[in-house]
Structure formats: structure tokens, C-alpha cells
Design a binder for this molecule. Structure first.
Ligand SMILES: *Cc1c(COP(=O)(O)O)cnc(C)c1O
Length: 221
């Protein structure tokens, strides 16, 4: 068991310094998040606008805030001013709404493109074969900065099975980076969660999103 601080220190000691740990904080209180920040976390991921608003108002710029949940188009208006990065963009339509709201706030919104690396029809994310074309279109929007890719991978009983999905996403990432698309800076590859982050780092993740291993089991959802 141990405390949140113990967990954070242990995780940070097992991964290279240049990999950013995003503490996936859905359902967690501001107090729990602050304990993680005190122990060395700098980035926090939130899935739900309503609960994140409260903790962001309380904690503010002590952390950078990543939106990592499914983003509803009618919530973009509130998400854009609150967050420092949106990791889950998977359509031109969504990007256009983000662009418009970012313009209103005089900001350029950093985003990642979410890849459906398992190619599962019911899942969020763009199919790997469509990522490049999507990035080319979104790159034309002036108030969005594409900074890389994010993937979840399929849900598997054995997280070791995620390795090929991570590897394919890394190859896609490298391929797009090599294209040097104007206004696209492929610098972040967000993949890996509590049970898979070590595999993800081995396969080239520059960002991992860790919830349970930092904060303990969630009661919901
Ligand atoms: C909850 C969540 C995580 C972290 O999951 P854990 O298994 O608790 O580490 C990572 N990414 C996303 C998008 C999440 O919603």
C-alpha cells in the first residue's frame, strides 16, 4: 500500500526523467492531487469537465492540466480555457470547434490526436491509417498546435499484449514526424496506464497517464 507520495516517488524512480507522468485524477479530490504534486508530479489528467473545474479552480497553475476524457462538442467551450492540453482529438469537426474557442480566448490550444490503435469500431480515436490525413487538415487551423499522438489500446486481461499496439503507434508517430508537416511539432507520445506504463516507455512513450497506481483503486467508475 503506502501513501500517494510513496507511490509517486516509486513511479518516478522507475522511468526516465524525460518521460512526463500525467496523474490521471478522475474522481480524486484536490487534497489527493496536491499530495501527488508535492511528491513531484507536475501534470494532471482529467476526464470530466464538472469535477475537474472544481479541482482546477482550487489548485490552478501549480499543475498543467490535460483533458484525457471523451470530449463532447458542447463542452469544448468550457474545456478550452481551463486546460493546457487536450489529448483526445479524433475528428476535424471537434478540432474546428476547439480552434474557434481558442481564438476567442486568444490562445493556441496544444492537442494530441487520439489513435484507435486496436482498430476497435466502438472505441474513440482515429484509425491509424487515417491519422496522417487528419493531421494535415487540422494543421491548417491557426489556434491549434498539434503536438503528438495519444492512444489507449484495446482492453486486455494481460497488459503485455498491448506492446504491439504501442509499437505500431510509435512507428506511426515517427513516420508523421519525418513528414515535417508545417505547424505540426510531433514531440509527445502519450501511452501507457498503471498496468502498462513500463511497456509503453520501453516502446517509446514520452508521456504516461497513471491513476490507480498513484491514488489507489477507484470506487467509480
Ligand atoms: C483513468 C485513465 C487512465 C489511468 O488509468 P489507471 O489504470 O487508473 O492508471 C489513463 N488514461 C485515461 C484516458 C484514463 O481515463
Amino acid at each position: 500500500m503506502g501513501t500517494i507520495s510513496d507511490h509517486v516517488r516509486r513511479i518516478l524512480s522507475t522511468i526516465p526523467e524525460e518521460v512526463l507522468v500525467v496523474a490521471a485524477a478522475k474522481t480524486r479530490t484536490a487534497g489527493e492531487i496536491l499530495e501527488a504534486l508535492d511528491a513531484g508530479i507536475s501534470a494532471v489528467g482529467e476526464n470530466y469537465l464538472q469535477e475537474s473545474r472544481e479541482v482546477i479552480e482550487e489548485i490552478g497553475s501549480r499543475a498543467t492540466w490535460h483533458f484525457i476524457g471523451h470530449i463532447q462538442k458542447n463542452k469544448v467551450k468550457q474545456v478550452v480555457p481551463l486546460f493546457d492540453m487536450i489529448e483526445t482529438v479524433d475528428s476535424v469537426e471537434l478540432a474546428e470547434i476547439i480552434d474557434k474557442q481558442a481564438e476567442k480566448h486568444g490562445k493556441v490550444m496544444p492537442i494530441l490526436i487520439e489513435v484507435n490503435s486496436g482498430q476497435e469500431p466502438q472505441k474513440a480515436g482515429v484509425m491509424p491509417g487515417d491519422v496522417k490525413a487528419l493531421i494535415e487538415r487540422i494543421s491548417l487551423l491557426p489556434h491549434i498546435a498539434i503536438e503528438g499522438l495519444m492512444t489507449m489500446g484495446p482492453f486486455l486481461d494481460d497488459p503485455a499484449g498491448l506492446r504491439p499496439y504501442f509499437r505500431n503507434t510509435k512507428a506511426l508517430f515517427d513516420g508523421i514526424r519525418a513528414e515535417r508537416i508545417p505547424h505540426v511539432d510531433m514531440k509527445h507520445l502519450s501511452m501507457g496506464m498503471s498496468d502498462s506504463y513500463l511497456i509503453a516507455v520501453e516502446e517509446g512513450a514520452t508521456m504516461v497517464r497513471i491513476g490507480t497506481m498513484i491514488f489507489g483503486e477507484r470506487i467509480y467508475p
